[in-house]
Each structure stands twice: as structure tokens, then as C-alpha cells.
Design a binder for this molecule. Structure first.
Ligand code: NDP
Length: 257
């Protein structure tokens, strides 16, 4: 029997923002490869439901705890609890995120700050705290959630803060990869185009928006559930043993044109 380079049996994966949307999908995909899972977000009832579903479907250990990633002390508390429960953290999917839509000239300070704090500052703070654990282990796989908008903006939407935050995630990914390769910590990112989730529910049914996708994206459609899993498993597993500091666009060819 050959070795399965995507196998995650016995690994511990932390997924932030796993109470809805893509985070839930990532937690399930990693559990399906055999990883034990830690899930964090602010809505505990939703986390409890995800925990029950994953435990019964995949038979792995799931630890759920609340964490507001805007609060560094909260991040430290959650990381400490996860370390106490599992003894280690091998994989971090740095996924919690938010969006606000407003023309740049009208956007409030609060909206700008909420997006930069959640999508960029918190990505750094969570990576920093989990990175300390990974450094002790001399092993870690970090996958940051970039976006199509780490590379390009879009006409007619009003997402300046979101684009700025996700552009920052791409360069943060490269810098952390460069600093932490010596500690056995890999840092990569994925750059999805548009996928169904709570965040995108407002635009996914909108004919004008779907027309924009058709015009901008060679595949002419949004992403579907499950189409990010392959990349996340690749970056989380030993399959990516010579890959760090990269962002993989999962965008139906959008950034190729
Ligand atoms: P959702 O809105 O469905 O999920 C966002 C998650 O982040 C929720 O679980 C939410 O949990 C959590 N979250 C938000 N703020 C905080 C906070 N302060 N502390 C802790 N958790 C928080 O959106 P998606 O699943 O779409 O988004 C997931 C990631 O994917 C984001 O980084 C997003 O930018 C990125 N992305 C999404 C794309 C898409 O098309 N869907 C495309 C490209 C990137 P709770 O409210 O319970 O705290």
C-alpha cells in the first residue's frame, strides 16, 4: 500500500470562523482526512451544532469554544484551551472574516476599521498566537483566507476595506512564510472568487451580480460547495512539503484574464 500524502490522521486542526459558511466546510473536509478539529467563532450554539455533526459523521474529536478574534486576550484564551485539550495545534485555517459594502467616499470609519481589524489584524494575531505553539512543535501548517480581491478589485461593488484587507493577507502570508520556514511552519493562502455563504447571500441571487461573474470569470459561474477543499487539504497536509508563501487562486480562471 502506498502512502496517502493527504492523510491527516492524528493531526489537530484549528478552524476560525467555523460557525457558518466556508469554515464549516473546511472543518468537515479536514475531519474527513482524519484530523481532530478545534472550531472557534462568537456564536456558540452554531459551533455546538457543527461539533455534533462532525463528531457523528467523521468520528473525530471536535473541541468548540467561543473566540472573538477582535480581542487578543480572547484569542490567547482560546489557543490555551485548545492546547490544553489536544496538547498541540498542527494546522490553522485562518478563516474568520467579514465584509462591508459602501462607496469609498461614503464609508464610515467604523466599517473600515471592522473589516481591517477582522480580516487583517486578527489574521495576524491568531497566526502569532498559534505560531508560538507551532514553533515549540517545530511543525505547523497555516492556511490564510485571502480572496480574489487579494489580487484584483471589482467594479460597481464598493468593497475598498475588503480589498485592502485581503491584499494585506497575501503579503502577510509571504512574510510569515519567510520568517517561520526555519521553525517548520508553512504559511500559504487560498484566493477564492465568489462562493455561497452568509457573507455572500446578499449578492448570490442577484442577476446583475451573476452577470458580472459571467462576464469576468472564464468559467462564468460562482464556486460551488466543496471546490475549495482540495486546496485546503493540500496546504494542510504533507502533500505541500516544499510549498510555502504561496496563494492559490480558486476563481474559475478570473485572475488569469
Ligand atoms: P460567513 O459570513 O459565512 O462566515 C464568517 C465566519 O467568520 C463566521 O463563522 C463568523 O462567526 C466568523 N467571524 C466573523 N467575525 C468574527 C469575530 N470577530 N470573531 C470570531 N469569528 C468571527 O462568510 P464566509 O464563509 O464566506 O467567509 C469565510 C472566509 O472566507 C472570510 O475570511 C471571507 O473573507 C473569505 N472568503 C469568502 C468568499 C466567499 O465568496 N464566500 C470568497 C473569498 C474569501 P461568528 O459570527 O459566529 O463569530
Amino acid at each position: 500500500m502506498g502512502t496517502n500524502i493527504f492523510d491527516l490522521t492524528g493531526k489537530v486542526a484549528l478552524v476560525t470562523g467555523a460557525s457558518s459558511g466556508l469554515g464549516v466546510q473546511f472543518a468537515k473536509a479536514l475531519a474527513n482526512q482524519g484530523a481532530n478539529i478545534a472550531i472557534v467563532a462568537r456564536r456558540l450554539e452554531k459551533l455546538e451544532a457543527v461539533k455534533a455533526e462532525i463528531e457523528s459523521e467523521y468520528g473525530v474529536d471536535v473541541f468548540a469554544t467561543t473566540c472573538d478574534v477582535l480581542d487578543v486576550e480572547n484569542i490567547k484564551k482560546a489557543v490555551g484551551e485548545i492546547k490544553d485539550h489536544f496538547g498541540r495545534i498542527d494546522i490553522l485555517i485562518n478563516n474568520a472574516g467579514t465584509a462591508r459594502v459602501a462607496p469609498a467616499e461614503e464609508q464610515s470609519d467604523d466599517d473600515w476599521k471592522a473589516v481591517i481589524d477582522t480580516n487583517l489584524n486578527a489574521v495576524y494575531y491568531v497566526a502569532r498566537e498559534v505560531g508560538k505553539v507551532m514553533k515549540e512543535q517545530n511543525y505547523g501548517k497555516i492556511v490564510n483566507l485571502g480572496s480574489l480581491h487579494s489580487a484584483v478589485s471589482i467594479t460597481g461593488m464598493g468593497i475598498s476595506a475588503y480589498c485592502a484587507s485581503k491584499g494585506g493577507v497575501m503579503l502577510l502570508t509571504k512574510e510569515l512564510a519567510a520568517e517561520w520556514a526555519q521553525y517548520g511552519i508553512y504559511v500559504n493562502a487560498i484566493g477564492p472568487a465568489y462562493f455561497p455563504s452568509e457573507m455572500t447571500s446578499g449578492v448570490m441571487g442577484d442577476e446583475k451580480f451573476l452577470g458580472l461573474i459571467k462576464a469576468s470569470c472564464p468559467m462564468g459561474r460562482p464556486g460551488k460547495e466543496g471546490e475549495l477543499n482540495g486546496a485546503v487539504i493540500y496546504f494542510a497536509s504533507d502533500a505541500s512539503s516544499y510549498t510555502t508563501g504561496q496563494i492559490l487562486w480558486i476563481d474559475g480562471g478570473w485572475t488569469a484574464v
